[in-house]
Write a protein of this length. Structure first.
Length: 461
């Protein structure tokens, strides 16, 4: 790990700044943040981590582990940033509002005539446009490199109710198509012109356009395995953007300094539009959290293999950026808690990494256990008690029903199979193994039923 402390250097202070590039002390004698990150990285099985804390003009950086090519993590290592991309798409839309080219209360169909609903641009930004999570999942993680943003948006279903909050990447895919329609340029070009070139995010851009992204990592039974499925440029507006720690530090400073949109629009973006009183809500492209008394404007992001979190504390002119090259649903709560924890540690408070979801951690093992249960059921039900054809046939039907239930259960829960296999590959493999095992038991029982010969009747004396 490398810890780089202090403010970013100017040319005059170059010699002094060079002295800050020193190896971190051993964790036992390091800072509380050093110890936190060591435990957090290990407990979540993350090969590589990049973290920054910005406080006014000062910045602290932690670089841990390796990327998917086994090279050391640096502040210029590329990561996929997941739904942090929504903050960028939202910013571009608000720039179009500032330019007078769209209005927040325009219906999206005013500009995208092929839409079949009357949700407004504001509702797309705050996830009340009537798109469900399943609508977004249906077109994401397909890795179709030739599909355009507008082409993907035209494939969307609209299955929810306008006016009801439902977080969905579909909203931002439609906003990406809106940007292309209004400007006449590709989303990638507008991103470059309006954000990356303006801010100095020289190594950031659309997945598949920016070169050099290393493989991320998915967890298989708790162990990270490299994952490189190809690019998904059509997903850029909602999640498939590539960036680096250096670039996200520049982006965070631009947001804090109001360098991207006027104060009035930034205030709207950073205001809860969801209508809840929980202290946690959603603005126009950003999550808003005041649950612990500190205003936190932030967004997490996850793609299969990567995790990102940008958190702004505008009232204190502070920001935290967390990048990791591994992701699992079981560890989602631990990953998402890190940024706020690191911010508290930077202010002298205590924090410890949170545990992951115990049920989701055990899910892959439980799925495999169902395969073993099939074998035990065959042994117990047929070899030890092969009494009648009816019993054997009943066991066969039961085995088929178990296999059918395991097959349709994900779809009944609103999660397509391609989503499970992409995001939780070990659980998907365990379920497939279980389905095959139960079908194999059913086939063996069918053979037994076909060959069944009743025992001869006992003759009386």
């Amino acid at each position: 790990m490398m810890r780089i402390a202090g403010s970013r250097c100017g040319a005059v202070a170059l010699a002094v700044c060079a002295l800050t590039f020193t190896p971190a002390p051993a964790f036992a004698g390091g800072s509380p943040t050093d110890a936190y990150l060591d435990e957090w990285q290990q407990s979540n099985s993350i090969p590589g981590v990049a973290v920054a804390v910005l406080d006014g003009d000062d910045e602290d950086v932690w670089l841990l582990g390796n990327d998917g090519h086994a090279d050391p993590i640096t502040s210029s290592t590329p990561f996929l940033i997941g739904s942090v991309a929504k903050t960028i798409t939202g910013t571009i839309v608000l720039q179009l509002v500032d330019d007078g080219r769209v209005a927040l209360d325009d219906t999206a169909r005013t500009h995208l005539t092929w839409l079949e609903h009357d949700a407004t641009i504001r509702q797309l930004l705050d996830h009340t446009a009537g798109y469900s999570a399943q609508d977004g999942l249906a077109v994401s993680e397909r890795y179709r490199e030739q599909l355009t943003v507008t082409g993907a948006a035209r494939e969307l279903d609209h299955s929810g109710e306008i006016g009801s909050y439902s977080y969905s990447s579909a909203n931002y895919l439609v906003l990406g198509a809106l940007i292309e329609q209004v400007t006449g340029n590709s989303f990638a070009d507008e991103l470059h012109q309006r954000i990356t070139r303006h801010v100095g995010m020289d190594d950031s851009g659309v997945d598949g356009v920016v070169p050099g992204l290393p493989p991320g990592h998915r967890l298989w039974w708790g162990s990270p395995v490299a994952y490189d499925p190809g690019s998904e440029p059509s997903g850029a507006p909602y999640g498939y953007l590539v960036s680096t720690l250096d670039d996200l530090m520049a982006y965070s400073r631009a947001q804090l300094d109001a360098g991207l949109i006027p104060d009035e629009l930034r205030a709207a973006a950073w205001s809860d539009q969801s209508g809840t009183d929980s202290g946690q809500g959603y603005g126009l492209g950003w999550r808003i959290d005041v649950s612990d008394g500190t205003l936190r404007i932030h967004h997490t992001g996850a793609t299969p293999g990567y995790f990102a979190h940008v958190m702004l504390m505008p009232e204190e002119d502070r920001a935290v950026i967390v990048l990791a090259n591994a992701y699992s649903e079981a560890g989602a709560s631990s990953l998402a808690a890190a940024a706020a924890d690191i911010d508290r540690l930077s202010q002298g408070d205590a924090a410890a990494p949170r545990a992951g979801d115990a049920v989701l951690t055990m899910l892959p093992w439980m799925a495999l256990a169902l395969a073993g249960l099939a074998i035990l059921a065959f042994i117990a039900g047929t070899l030890r008690h092969p009494r009648t054809r009816t019993v054997t046939a009943s066991l066969m039907v039961g085995s088929v029903l178990v296999a059918l239930a395991l097959t349709i259960a994900p779809m009944l829960m609103g999660t397509p199979w391609h989503v499970i296999s992409t995001w939780t590959p070990d659980a998907a493999l365990g379920l497939v193994a279980s389905i095959i095992a139960w079908l194999a038991v059913a086939l063996l029982l069918l053979v037994r039923v076909w060959r069944f010969r009743p025992a001869p009747a006992r003759q009386g004396v």
